[in-house]
Design a protein. Structure first.
Length: 129
């Protein structure tokens, strides 16, 4: 349990983040979600959860529910990356992310928003638009 983060707002008591660093992008993101007044509940999606895309299965990192009225997008699925520069993503990874964006836009009628972010602040920039 040493890699687990004891979460307050997650659907489980502990969140297992990727990366070995104690302050990895995912760990910092989980800590930010727990400390944010806007966040109602969140989940680190399990590896078994995936979206089928034409370029292979894709597994996003997070599902987040915000308090209604606090942000524009109440339901958000996020992929956390260490960079927002799409050029730094591997081409296959960028293709999967692009496919996921299109899928969530089509299936959710705008109720669920999907995007990749590198921090909680970047997430807030997207949900407040």
């Amino acid at each position: 349990m040493d890699k687990a983060y004891p979460a307050k707002k997650a659907i489980q008591d502990y969140v297992f983040t990727d990366g070995s660093a104690e302050k990895s992008v995912e760990r910092k993101f989980a800590e930010s979600l727990d400390g944010a007044d806007e966040v109602f509940i969140y989940a680190k999606l399990p590896r078994g959860f995936f979206i089928p895309t034409p370029v292979g299965h894709y597994s996003p990192d997070w599902a987040i529910v915000f308090h209604e009225g606090a942000v524009r997008h109440i339901y958000f699925v996020a992929e956390t990356k260490g960079t927002m520069e799409s050029l730094n993503l591997r081409p296959i990874e960028k293709s999967k992310i692009d496919c996921a964006k299109k899928l969530f836009a089509k299936l959710s009628d705008g109720l669920v928003t999907y995007d990749h972010v590198d921090s909680y602040q970047e997430l807030m920039n997207k949900v407040l638009q």
